[in-house]
Design a binder for this molecule. Sequence first.
Ligand SMILES: NC(=O)C1=CN([C@@H]2O[C@H](COP(=O)(O)OP(=O)(O)OC[C@H]3O[C@@H](n4cnc5c(N)ncnc54)[C@H](OP(=O)(O)O)[C@@H]3O)[C@@H](O)[C@H]2O)[C@H](O)CC1
Ligand SMILES: [K+]
Length: 519
Amino acid sequence: MNAPHRLLRTAVVRAIETSAAAALPPQELMRRAAQAAARRVMARWPAQRVAILCGPGNNGGDGAMLAACLHRLGRAVEVWRLAGGREPADAAQAWRECPPQLLRTGDPDTGALPADRSLLIVDALFGIGLARPLPPQAAQWADWANAHPGDVLALDVPSGLDADTGAAQPHAIVAAETLTFIADKPGLHTLAGPDHAGMVHVDDLGLGHTDAIGFDAPGLVTSGLGALTGPRDHPALFAPRRQDTHKGSFGTVGILAGAPGMTGAALLAGRAALRGGAGKVLVGLAEREPALPCDPLQPELMLRSADSLLDHGEQLGVTAWIAGCGLGDSPHAEAWLTHLLRTMPAVPLVLDADALTLIARSAGLASQLAARGGARVLTPHPREASRLLGADTAAVQADRIAAACEIARRFRAWAVLKGAGSVVASPEGGWTINGSGNPGLATAGTGDVLAGLLGALLAQGLDAASAVRGGVWLHGAAADALAARGVGPIGMTAAEVIDAARALRNGGGIPKPYRGKQK
Ligand SMILES: NC(=O)C1=CN([C@@H]2O[C@H](COP(=O)(O)OP(=O)(O)OC[C@H]3O[C@@H](n4cnc5c(N)ncnc54)[C@H](OP(=O)(O)O)[C@@H]3O)[C@@H](O)[C@H]2O)[C@H](O)CC1
Ligand SMILES: [K+]
């Protein structure tokens, strides 16, 4: 198994930084950060003039030392230094090393610099120490940088972005690339992070794969250690199939979904489960008598009434359940869900959409779920998560990792908090952020498709961690593959994601992470 691509909350980074700095000469870490940044500038922007915007703290100190490095390498560099703020010792030394002739006064946005592509702007205003709204002058400089047609390289964190949560202040820097130090940070990969950080590169400043576990402060709201998952982390998705198999070898998915008018949600989940590799898919439509005898575009799906499926699920050999897609929240729906939670307690269960709303509304259902055996997977979007937590959506989005971990804890389940950089929390308290996906998924039915893919992987016998983390990555990577060939993100449809996911599992080229349209 590859070493995990660690994501560390800033409290853990601070602890590592303090411990390492104590064993090194003064300013050594800052010097290494500046040298790492200089190497990156020389490699990716070999000819551009460089304007470095520096803040009052050590992030600014990184910038000042970078200026000295680039100047020694013969590069054209100009430095703007934000007035005010206390000056940490490391930064003070950095400014003593910055050649004074590089310093510019006034504001870069007064046209002091021609805004053209031959200029690289480096954001060294604020890093992990930003503790309140950007001061006006910094906001003004950030606006100028964001309006610049050329690239912006952010040091450690784009200024104005929260390195733990991905929350972006107004005026937060939008970078083409972020070079982050010591370890990668969750806020660069979830919520507004992907839009502001651009491509993220990590330099560990020579500290290696620090045993961050030792620094995981117990006082943290949630574990300070997580990981970013990518294609190399999900080998089970690509395991070759033996010849000597039959449809029973790949499990049977039972789906409770599709109230009148929402049949499409059930069919999307069913098609995703089938093309996600399940051997058989049974769809129990949430209506007294199914209006649809079969899915004409996918006749392999076996449609029946919800009652029939729930009454015969065991004999039919269901090995994974999915419930909620277009289920509705009627008393009938609640009764069917109650029945399902009592059925085949050891069989894995994916709960999405209306099933989550019903559970949030009923303490009885919630305790039934928590008491049920087998793997349980909840896939809320932020509003459904707010209902499960009894909080408001803004609170969920303010710390997506904490929200996902709390849902996982309360329901002793896997929790997938969907959105940019979906957070996957395990019942044991671990968390990962998914590194795939793009705005093409912000369209009707993609949640049904995700539920179908997860159910298919569980039905095929993948362990819950592999199925959930792998299924979430596969769903996003399918959207990235579509976007890479121009099928989206604008206008991408949920049905297209299904076939793209199947192609990836059968040797289709793994797409690069989507990083939006650069300037
Ligand atoms: N220390 C090391 O060994 C290394 C540090 N690295 C870099 O350092 C930053 C973290 O540095 P820090 O000084 O803690 O914080 P920042 O540079 O991000 O800036 C915050 C400073 O500015 C003050 N502050 C905070 N918010 C505001 C605001 N809204 N307006 C004005 N000033 C603000 C804050 O001081 P306060 O006490 O006033 O809060 C800080 O002084 C890290 O991100 C790295 O870039 C390197 O990694 C190398 C090793
Ligand atoms: K910065």
